[in-house]
Design a binder for this molecule. Structure first.
Ligand code: NI
Length: 129
């Protein structure tokens, strides 16, 4: 199956450099591995109990801060958050949340849907508490 996608030049150039450095023979080979890793990332395997998750959010200057704040206030389960200015235009935030799996998944979806978000990463630190 052939799949085409839209991507900006800068990201594609960085992707090409990264796959060359890591020794992939083609973009397709690298994308297949990324997709398998994405599917198997465990995000969909929360149990019924509460989990503790660490979420990192990288966003650029086009983030609408009031939308981010609205999300932060909607999730009272967030116990800690930390903001770091990583360069003149990008910010990194780290969240610790203790909640049921479906609430954590909902928060991840809300973060990813925000305009200006570049990377959302997630680590489940403990589950079934
Ligand atoms: Ni900042």
């Amino acid at each position: 199956m052939i799949v085409s996608m839209a991507i900006d030049n800068e990201t594609l150039e960085r992707f090409d450099r990264a796959i060359k450095k890591k020794g992939y023979s083609s973009r397709s080979e690298a994308m297949r591995e990324l997709i398998r890793d994405f599917i198997g990332s465990g995000e969909w395997e929360f149990g019924d109990g509460e989990s503790i998750a660490v979420i990192t959010l990288l966003y650029g200057k086009d983030m609408k801060k009031h939308e981010l704040m609205r999300i932060q206030h909607r999730y009272r389960e967030i116990s800690t958050m930390l903001h770091t200015h990583i360069d003149p235009v990008n910010c990194l935030e780290v969240y610790v949340i203790k909640a049921k799996g479906d609430r954590i998944e909902e928060l991840l979806r809300d973060f990813r849907s925000l305009h200006g978000v570049k990377v959302v990463k997630f680590v489940r630190s403990a589950c079934e508490l």
